[in-house]
Design a protein around this ligand. Structure first.
Ligand SMILES: CC(C)(COP(=O)(O)OP(=O)(O)OC[C@H]1O[C@@H](n2cnc3c(N)ncnc32)[C@H](O)[C@@H]1OP(=O)(O)O)[C@@H](O)C(=O)NCCC(=O)NCCS
Length: 465
């Protein structure tokens, strides 16, 4: 095995001998030890070494949902045990996600697989030698056919009657019901891969992942909330004869239902968008397991940053505004003009999280305005619902030591609601961090490489990994 310290020969990045493969357990740990400084946030090394495998074991990522990749110059024929270490010239990981799309030439929603790419990393001694570029080039190609490749690997593994080996993440384990999660991939095309660049828009664009919209709006939680705060909104609504506001927290018990409603509405929106614009429209499915992955991340961080404090059960808010009509002085609810809106959020913590709230952010992962199809909501009802959600998020941020509430790529309607809310805010067009970047492999992408291949609907934080 090559040793990092003594092997001074650096292979050329275009060398045919370099291979994209999967790390051994020892190689994964070595990589985490090195990239802890980049992505450890408030976690010390020992907590980070626990967090990474923990995040690979959620329902979204377990059993082949997450795959770790490396570029190495070791011969593929060389057998590797879990404790072996080859030269890791570059590394990254992928998370499989379900994707919805409507081709510009069609009017039905297609379902495919998309891969989120994360933790692209080159060990310091190997930087600047184009190893990351080579790994990404190989990965882009590999991910196009990865579902079939997974099936082949599964069949080979079954034929051999074994399911062990060094490259454990590429060989998904059996689930309690005897099935493997690979079945999720069966019959699904790999239509895209996406990543969220922390090094600007050029590096990944030049490798096939052009940048998409990367705007967010941030609300400082410390600035005094202008009236009405959440309690006065509720009081006002209780006194009002016209509208009634109800707030219901989002948690694990109602998340699945909200996701199903969101997906149904998003499917209709994709069809509408493709029809109107004659461009392919795509979205990451807003799935239960995806939100649970974000929440698992938050739970892990909270348990280390605020040891002994139970994580908040309130992971978002549903605001329902109904209009009342008065008949002979008796108010009753009227479906017309009312609205239901919800936000699902998660908290992220930075270095010195317990002392410095400015490093901590409450991210609205997804904001949904439910359309009732028959009558559009009254502007007043819409604004009341939005104000209630925003003030709930600000309260939840303050209570959990987050200096900012942050919402990615708000729609035109939401931008209007933000302005009218009167809450202090700032729009930021990110140029460096968390730039959504996507390679489209599905049907009907735009032919001109300079323009975005497809329109990314609901380009919000829930897509990130
Ligand atoms: C970014 C990184 C993976 C590049 O690895 P590498 O093997 O050195 O990359 P390559 O040799 O293929 O390419 C080097 C290119 O990366 C660019 N690059 C490296 N760090 C960069 C940064 N912080 N911002 C912008 N560009 C950067 C270099 O400018 C160079 O660009 P060029 O090809 O136009 O000359 C590596 O520097 C690294 O691990 N950095 C720390 C972790 C990180 O930031 N990862 C990216 C997360 S999105």
């Amino acid at each position: 095995m090559g040793s990092l310290a003594v092997d001074a020969h650096y292979p050329d990045a275009s060398d045919h001998a370099l291979v994209l493969t999967h790390p051994t357990a020892a190689e994964k740990e070595q990589t985490w030890r090195l990239n802890h400084g980049e992505w450890g946030g408030p976690l010390d090394l020992s907590a980070y070494l626990k967090r990474e495998p923990f995040l690979a074991s959620t329902p979204l990522t377990a059993d082949g949902g997450m795959v770790h990749w490396i570029l190495t110059d070791a011969s593929p024929a060389q057998s590797t045990g879990p404790h072996d270490k080859r030269r890791v010239l570059a590394s990254c990981e992928t998370i499989r996600k379900r994707v919805l799309y409507v081709p510009r030439s069609g009017d039905e929603v297609g379902e495919g697989l998309g891969y989120g790419i994360g933790s692209v990393y080159t060990y310091p001694e190997f930087r600047g030698k184009k190893y990351a570029a080579r790994m990404l080039r190989e990965l882009g190609v590999a991910l196009k056919t990865w579902p079939e490749e997974e099936q082949l690997q599964k069949k080979r593994s079954e034929t051999r009657g074994q399911d062990h080996g060094a490259t454990d993440t590429s060989r998904p384990g059996k689930q309690p019901n005897g099935q493997t999660k690979l079945q999720k991939a069966e019959g699904k095309e790999a239509v895209c891969s996406a990543l969220w660049s922390d090094i600007g828009k050029q590096f990944y664009a030049s490798k096939g992942w052009p940048a998409f919209a990367s705007e967010h709006v941030e609300f400082p939680s410390s600035s005094p909330s202008p009236p009405p705060g959440i309690s006065s909104l509720l009081e006002q609504s209780a006194r009002s004869h016209k509208t009634s506001l109800t707030l219901t927290p989002v948690n694990t018990s109602n998340l699945a239902e909200l996701c199903a409603q969101d997906e149904a509405q998003l499917r209709a929106e994709l069809i509408h968008h493709a029809r109107e614009t004659r461009r392919t429209a795509f979205a990451f499915a807003p799935e239960y397991d995806v939100f649970r992955w974000h929440w698992a991340r938050e739970e892990f961080l909270v348990s280390h940053v605020f040891s002994g404090r139970q994580v908040s059960e309130v992971r978002g808010m549903i605001a329902t505004v109904t209009n009342s009509v008065s008949t002979n002085g008796v108010a009753k609810a009227d479906a017309q003009g009312g609205v239901r809106m919800w936000a699902i959020w998660t908290r992220n913590y930075g270095v010195d999280a317990a002392f410095d709230a400015s490093k901590n952010t409450l991210y609205i992962l997804r904001l949904v305005i439910e359309g009732n199809g028959n009558s559009p909501p009254e502007p007043g009802a819409l604004q009341l619902a939005f104000d209630a959600i925003l003030h709930s998020a600000l309260d939840a941020a303050r209570t959990w030591h987050c200096g900012t509430v942050n919402l990615w790529n708000p729609t035109a309607t939401v931008r209007g609601l933000i302005t009218a809310s009167g809450v202090t805010h700032r729009f930021v067009d990110r140029e460096v961090d968390s730039i959504p970047s996507m390679m489209w492999n599905g049907p009907d992408g735009a032919e001109d490489e300079k323009e975005e291949a497809v329109d990314w609907i609901a380009n919000e934080k829930y897509c990130w990994c």
